[in-house]
Design a protein around this ligand. Structure first.
Ligand SMILES: [Mn+2]
Length: 318
């Protein structure tokens, strides 16, 4: 069951970092590969899905920055994922910003009822009208669960892409006041949701394993894993769009990934929001490559056995 790398260098879901500049997350796949990710994972290369151009404009129809292009890209990404999933391989999509979550969710939606494990420093439940920038990255989970403009919630005829009851939001540490009470209520009731602080008040490893077992037994056929680099502590992962203090350690996250990867239910995943332009010494990129290699080790193909010469002789047959 090899890991298959697909690059999704879309920055359409983020606002400009400065006038006339584009968000640097588009360089993340290239940088992670340059740091040896493909080799470290023993992965197969499936190339990249080219995003529509970044024009920095907010759609009149959706009030979302690049709204139409993001919906179109979700379909293109899902199309590229289809043959990988059909073969039973596990795609690792290298983002890109968090709006690429729609592509993974759509790809699994087409194959039946699947869950979405959302490991992120944020809830990503913003509404376009509630922001000044209209950037979709902070709205990705709202769109995936059917909250937002029709163009971004009904993609390819599927609404929602993921039932809120099949979402598990894990590790967030952002502030409730950013969100509409109705969507926070949805996260707190319909979705499974465990903030980083709550998980740590128990035992993060045990609580993750226990919740994963319940998630897997809830009727889903498997799940997609959304991994926003900003779930990590700011001291090891400062190269992200919306920095917050605190966060998970790289070791904690690697252990959780191992549990998810060993569950037999992980159908595909993406890592999003790493911005090499905010990582001049590449320390953050190295942290990410190390923890992905460690965390996804359970998916690596078993090494070949010893050569035939060393194999014990076959039993004599009468
Ligand atoms: Mn985030």
């Amino acid at each position: 069951m090899p890991i298959v790398l697909i690059d999704a260098p879309s920055n359409l879901g983020l606002k400009r970092p400065a006038p006339d500049r584009e968000p640097g997350v588009r360089f993340a796949p290239w940088q992670l590969r340059r740091l040896g990710l493909l080799e470290r994972l023993g992965a197969v290369d499936a190339g990249h899905v080219e995003p529509p151009p970044y024009d920095g404009l907010r759609d009149a129809a959706t009030a979302v920055l690049h709204g139409t292009a993001i919906a179109r890209y979700a379909v293109a990404l899902a199309d590229a994922l289809a043959p990988v999933l059909a073969q039973g391989d596990v795609p690792l999509v290298l983002g890109g910003d968090c709006s690429i979550a729609l592509g993974g969710a759509l790809a699994l939606r087409r194959r039946g009822r699947h869950g979405l494990l959302y490991i992120d420093g944020h809830h990503d439940l913003l509404r376009p009208e509630g922001t000044t920038h209209g950037a979709a990255a902070g709205m990705a989970l709202a769109f995936a669960t059917g909250h937002g403009p029709n163009l971004l919630t009904r993609i390819d005829g599927h609404l929602p892409l993921v039932d809120p009851g099949d979402v598990w939001l894990f590790g967030h540490r952002d502030e409730d006041r950013w969100y509409e009470p109705a969507l926070l209520e949805l996260a707190g009731t319909a979705m499974r949701s465990l903030a980083l602080q709550s998980a740590r008040q128990m035992d993060i490893d045990r609580v993750f394993a226990r919740n994963l077992a319940a998630f897997g037994a809830s009727g889903i056929e498997g799940f997609w894993l959304h991994l926003d680099a900003d779930v990590l502590d700011d001291r090891v992962m400062s190269a992200v769009d919306a920095r917050q203090p605190e966060g998970m350690t790289a070791d904690e996250l690697a252990r959780l990934l191992q549990v998810a990867a060993a569950s037999g239910l992980l159908r595909g995943l993406h890592v999003s929001n790493y911005d090499p332009e905010r990582d001049p010494g590449l320390a953050c990129g190295r942290v990410l490559v190390d923890l992905l290699a460690e965390g996804l080790a359970p998916l690596r193909p078993v090494e070949d056995g010893p050569p035939a010469d060393d194999a014990p002789p076959p039993e004599a047959v009468d």
